[in-house]
Design a protein around this ligand. Structure first.
Ligand code: PEP
Length: 250
């Protein structure tokens, strides 16, 4: 059976109390025997609190970013080993907000992806096109470029221990969801591209869709052949909304 992953990106939201309550409520929402997994990505200061709330539960958690360097003079940054220390299992890499606002070039994203793999963290690599790129017919070229940078550095083998998230930038936080057909078309493009390099790794790779996913549209999106779950922003900020996505598919 296909394993679906419902992943929540809290972005720059939260507090001690919110992290404890939200992670606890999400962790207690698991249905016995379901093949659907859940992970949350709180801001750095709340990871430890989420780790406490998730202990002895099925809830996975990770960070929203990492620095690609192993240590040293990088004031304000957090490296991969620190995330392992905090018991993170995963880390988002190349979210479009980081690509657009915080100088995450394709090369830097590839370096972050490799840094995560090197310590046994599962990178959740985010790719996706802007509205201008889609309207110019460049969607596949943009995604191929973003993937190629990572493939060049880590090879197809790197994707054996990774998750991919297709997040059209025009659908993130806008309320505009890609239609299931639109999303499936790009997910199939991604899987086909990777299948040409290794059919087994590409077949097993989870490719999440992200962009205004809600309880009301999750089931139809995740029913598509190549959509293996979702990366959820806004709707991951309340347990009710996040669990409504989980419940729609679990
Ligand atoms: C995201 O932050 O990755 C995201 C998909 O946000 P939203 O669900 O709010 O569109």
């Amino acid at each position: 059976m296909r394993k679906i992953l419902v992943a929540g990106n809290w972005k720059m939201n939260g507090s001690n109390a919110m992290a404890r309550e939200l992670a606890g409520a999400v962790a207690s929402g698991f249905k016995p025997g379901s093949s659907v997994e859940m992970a949350v990505f709180p801001p750095f200061p709340y990871i430890n609190i989420v780790a406490g709330a998730a202990a002895d539960t099925e809830l996975m958690f990770g960070a929203q970013d990492l620095n690609e360097n192993p240590a040293g003079a990088h004031t304000g940054e957090v490296n991969a080993a620190m995330l392992v220390d905090l018991r993170c299992q995963m880390v988002l890499v190349g979210h479009s907000e980081r690509r657009a606002m915080y100088a995450d070039t394709d090369q830097r994203v590839a370096d972050k992806f490799a840094a995560a793999l090197a310590v046994g963290l599962v990178p959740v690599l985010c790719v996706g096109e802007s509205l201008e790129e889609r309207e110019a017919g460049e969607t596949e070229a943009v995604i191929a470029r973003q993937l190629d940078a990572v493939l060049e550095k880590s090879g197809i083998a790197g994707f054996a221990n990774a998750v991919l998230a297709y997040e059209p930038v025009w659908a993130i936080g806008t309320g505009k969801t890609a239609s299931p057909d639109q999303a499936q078309e790009i997910h199939a493009f991604i899987r086909d591209k990777l299948t040409a390099l290794d059919g087994i790794i590409a077949g097993q790779l989870r490719i999440l869709y992200g962009g205004s996913v809600k309880g009301s549209n999750a089931a139809e999106l995740f029913a598509q052949t190549d959509i293996d779950g979702g990366l959820i922003g806004g709707a991951s900020l309340t347990a009710e909304d996040f669990l409504s996505i989980y419940n729609a598919v679990a």
